[in-house]
Write a protein that binds this ligand. Structure first.
Ligand code: PLP
Length: 282
């Protein structure tokens, strides 16, 4: 495997991280996961814009455009002959003696490498079970930060319950998102998802689904909904770069409608590949 370290391509076994890298010690860094279909990054510019947003919010001085990151990622894909899969990339604040405040002279450290991702066809055909989890994460979920302990603990809880995902809620009237996905509900033909604010990550797939809903004339609204609306929805589905659109057929033991993936989720999943040559969402 060839790994991108800053702007150099190196072998996997040379891709080591310093003990005092702040990403390693503080989770002081941000990341992206992009999907590669047919050798091309899907919605590259949207991912790079979100990466720049996360970098700016935490004041890591790395300019995605100046560093020509999109071209570096294209080279990484070619060097690794990625046809269908993904790329993980992270940028940390760099290496400095351990101390909480931002160090003056640390240089941002980028690593990127291919991920094996295959389409979740079975989960998409059958739908998945989910559990609920009180959202105990911080209040800047809009930043795609390396600090994923709350998400990791929650995904493990879902695994232990033989569920495919856990859905977070701040209180009974406020469902936020999944542990690594955004959540949508459909009621009476209308699509609802949480507004893009500090309580959720503004998923690129979430935004793509809103774009598809617009194209397909499916009415939609970005609005907070609660646990009752979730459980009484006609359809529920989750979205992410790796899950694409995956229907949810059960929430904490309660079946959604008849317990089968619903028609609008299906329609959106089919449309997913009709429009996937769109260059950019914004
Ligand atoms: N929400 C969280 C907490 C995530 O970790 C992710 C993806 O990793 C998403 C939502 C979906 O984002 P995207 O569609 O950009 O993959």
């Amino acid at each position: 495997m060839i790994v991108l370290k800053n702007n150099e391509f190196i072998e996997r076994n040379k891709a080591t991280i310093d003990m005092e890298d702040r990403g390693h010690q503080f989770g002081d860094g941000v990341y992206e996961v992009v999907r590669v279909y047919d050798g091309e990054v899907f919605l590259m510019q949207d991912h790079l814009d979100r990466l720049q947003y996360s970098l700016d919010e935490v004041e890591i001085k790395y300019d995605v455009k100046e560093q020509n990151l999109s071209s570096l990622l294209e080279q990484l894909i070619k060097k690794n002959k990625v046809h269908d899969g993904g790329i993980y990339l992270q940028i940390t604040r760099g290496v400095a003696p351990r101390n909480h405040p931002y160090p003056k002279n640390a240089k941002p450290m980028l690593f990127a490498y291919p991920l094996e991702l295959s389409r979740p066809l079975q989960a998409q055909a059958n739908g998945i079970k989910t559990i609920l989890q009180k959202d105990f994460r911080w209040l800047r979920c809009d930043i795609k930060s390396l600090n994923l302990l709350g998400n990791v603990m929650t995904k493990q809880k879902a695994n232990n319950a033989n569920a495919g995902e856990a859905i977070f809620y701040r209180d009974d009237n406020h469902v936020t998102e999944g542990s690594s996905t955004n959540v949508f509900i459909i009621k009476n033909g209308k699509l609802y998802t949480h507004p893009a604010d500090n309580y959720i990550l503004n998923g690129i797939t979430r935004r793509y689904i809103l774009f598809l809903a617009h194209k397909l004339n499916i009415p939609y609204k970005e609005k907070v909904f609660g646990l009752t609306e979730l459980k009484e929805a006609d359809e529920v589905f989750m979205t992410s770069t790796s899950a694409e659109v995956t229907p949810v057929v059960e929430v904490e033991g309660d079946k959604i409608a008849n317990g089968q993936p619903g028609p609008i989720s299906q329609q959106l999943l089919e449309a997913f590949f009709q429009y996937n040559h769109v260059e950019q969402l914004t």
